[in-house]
Design a protein around this ligand. Structure first.
Ligand SMILES: [Fe+2]
Ligand SMILES: [Zn+2]
Length: 351
């Protein structure tokens, strides 16, 4: 507890960073000599120092592991997203942090949300996305604005249908949020958007075949992005399809991308197990399809760690713009706008 002292000598009140060299400056055999309460503060006297802590902060540090993880993830009860509409007004998001909080709560709860009334321009869409956080730069650029012209060598830049997938499985830290804004679609049809709730799919798979769920949670799957000249992006570590919080056991991330999948790291005699489990997952995904046509002035945003996306093929000319936000930045902004700074910083006492 001495290591986490909140007095201004030990913890910078502005930067919220530790100022002491715990392992060099504090005696190893430290003891609590006295505890005093003063209003909202608790003072703890130890060898040569009086530490102080906000009472709620100290109380929060006593929470058990699962509660801690829930606080860190900023989890709210996830809800089956077929009970649409899940939407928020553009003006509200642009004008107030309260509007941003409402928007992010919808995304956290349902996995996705639409924004009504956003001008159908790249400029307005980019500003909208930046209400959450800075846009993540990748080899596709930061904010993108594209037509089916194969500007980047990826199926996304064609008119082909694309099955349910999550993006950027080839990064150790896949992109958190993804926005799509259809600016125009002329001289053709099709291109319906597909969303699938990966968490609901995982739950259904666990009910159907717990062993298959376990295999997809444990077997590492390698991925790569190699279609661009001079690049082959691969994660520093391989991850399974289903990833859980190590403390609470809660499912927090789905990684599923057939086009970018590389090898499965299993002995040959066990390989069949993964393929069988993946087959069951793919079939369950089909039961969780939700289709909707994108419209100008109504950008879609979804949680790429939970919701899989795809589209039907199309004819004519489509112009889409959008971008990514990191998952940690999304959760940070979600927690700050929904719980407030004091509550969020209490979680820091938990690790
Ligand atoms: Fe995608
Ligand atoms: Zn101190």
């Amino acid at each position: 507890i001495r290591d986490h002292c909140r007095c201004p000598t030990c913890f910078h009140p502005e930067t919220k960073q530790r100022l002491i060299e715990t392992f060099l400056e504090l005696p190893e055999d430290i003891h609590i000599l006295d505890v005093r309460e003063e209003g909202d503060l608790v003072q703890i006297v130890s060898d040569g120092h009086t530490s102080q802590y906000p009472r709620d902060w100290l109380a929060a540090s006593a929470l058990k592991g699962k509660t801690r993880a829930v606080g860190r993830q900023g989890t709210t009860d996830e809800t089956d997203f077929k009970q649409t509409p899940v939407e928020v007004e553009y003006a509200k998001v642009m004008e107030s942090d309260e509007g941003v909080g409402e928007w992010l709560l919808l995304i956290r709860k349902y996995g996705f949300a639409y924004v009504n009334g956003c001008p159908a321009t790249p400029e307005a869409t980019e500003k909208l996305l930046e209400r959450i956080s800075y846009i993540r730069n990748t080899h596709y650029g930061a904010f993108w604005d594209f037509t089916a012209n194969m500007a980047a060598k990826d199926t996304a830049y064609t008119t082909l249908a694309i099955g349910s997938h999550t993006d950027t499985t080839y990064f150790s830290d896949p992109c958190g949020l993804q926005m799509f804004h259809l600016l125009s679609h002329t001289g053709g049809q099709g291109g319906k958007s597909l969303l699938s709730d990966g968490f609901a799919t995982a739950k259904a798979l666990r009910d159907e075949d717990p062993q298959a769920y376990k295999i997809l949670s444990e077997v590492p799957v390698h991925s790569h992005a190699s279609g661009n000249e001079g690049l082959s992006i691969q994660p520093f570590q391989t991850y399974p399809v289903l990833n859980h919080d190590t403390q609470s056991g809660e499912l927090i991330q789905v990684r599923w991308n057939t086009t970018d999948r590389a090898a499965i790291d299993l002995p040959l005699e066990d390989m069949d197990l993964w393929y069988k489990a993946a087959r069951k997952w793919a079939r369950q995904l089909e039961h969780h399809h939700y289709w909707e046509q994108l419209r100008p002035e109504r950008p879609l945003i979804f949680d790429n760690w939970r919701v899989l996306h795809g589209r039907s093929n199309f004819t004519g000319k489509r112009r889409l713009c959008g971008g990514y936000i990191n998952h940690d930045d999304f959760i940070s902004r979600f927690k700050m706008t929904n719980f407030g700074e004091t509550k969020v910083l209490e979680q820091v006492s938990l690790g």
